[in-house]
Each structure stands twice: as structure tokens, then as C-alpha cells.
Design a protein around this ligand. Structure first.
Ligand SMILES: [Zn+2]
Length: 156
């Protein structure tokens, strides 16, 4: 059965927030921070369609993985290209460059701290960019499957 994706990408693919007013920008910041973004949903549906089952909205240590395979100790994060500074898509907004740089830097530092904390507790962490989910969904799904197989017998 061929899965049909609902095309409901509500966020700009490469958000260029600097062209908006302050109010509009705060609105975008709020919406971009929401859980259940289109790339996340897309990846979840792909995983679900091949029979994988997982948890969402979990909180482990201080992290909120987007997709959690608790038994296999694998946590998947779908990182937004803008917010986490994807090397392919993050471009400094022209306006308020310093503000944005420090914001993105903080996010990246927090990601790194979370990775370390989770690793220390025996969690495997897989971070994928939202652009990878958009453009290379099959490869992302394959790599998740590979990790799950590797963690087979890791104990639950
Ligand atoms: Zn990207």
C-alpha cells in the first residue's frame, strides 16, 4: 500500500524570519518551536507504516526526543534547520544577526549537553535534520532501522 503524505508543511522550509515585523517574528518563533512539526509527522508516519512502534512526547533526562524507542534505548530528534543551525540551510538573518547567532548557539550547546547526558545514561541518540526528512526520507528510515537492529539484545 502506498502511503500518501498529507502535504501540510505549515512552516517556511527555510525560514527567513528577518523580513517580518517584530510581532510576526514572535509568532513564527512560537509556531516553529511547536512539537509535531510537519517533518516530524512525516518521519513518524513512515516509521509507523513499516511496523515500527515508538513513543512521542516523552521526556528523558532533560531532553524531549521527537521519537523514542524506549525498549531499544534509541532516541530520535528531528532538528529544525534554522533553530539548530543546519550547515546546509542555516543562513544568518540580516537583521539582528547577533541576537540570532547567540540564540542558535545556545540551542546547539543545549543539544550537545543533552547528547552527552543521554549517552552517559546508555541512550543512543540519533539526530536528523528536517531537510533530510524532507529530501531523503528513505535513507533516514533505513538508518533508524539499522540502529534498532544494532541495539537488538541491548536489553530493555
Ligand atoms: Zn537543513
Amino acid at each position: 500500500m502506498k502511503e500518501r503524505w498529507v502535504s501540510s508543511l505549515t512552516l517556511p522550509y527555510e525560514p527567513s524570519v528577518d523580513q517580518f515585523t517584530k510581532e510576526k517574528r514572535s509568532e513564527i518563533m512560537r509556531s516553529v518551536r511547536n512539537q509535531d512539526t510537519a517533518p516530524e509527522m512525516r518521519l513518524r508516519r513512515a516509521l509507523w507504516s513499516i511496523g515500527l512502534r515508538y513513543r512521542t512526547r516523552t521526556r528523558i533526562e532533560n531532553a524531549k526526543p521527537d521519537i523514542a524507542f524506549l525498549g531499544k534505548r534509541l532516541l530520535v530528534f528531528v532538528d529544525g534547520c534554522f533553530w539548530h543551525g543546519c550547515p546546509r540551510h542555516y543562513t544568518k538573518p540580516a537583521e539582528n544577526a547577533a541576537f540570532w547567532s547567540s540564540k542558535i548557539e545556545k540551542n546547539r550547546a543545549r543539544d550537545a549537553r543533552n547528547n552527552q547526558a543521554l549517552d552517559a545514561k546508555g541512550w543512543k541518540v540519533l539526530r536528523v535534520w528536517e531537510c533530510e526528512v524532507e529530501k531523503e526520507l528513505e535513507r533516514v528510515v533505513d538508518s533508524i532501522q539499522m540502529r534498532l537492529l544494532k541495539n537488538e539484545g541491548a536489553g530493555a
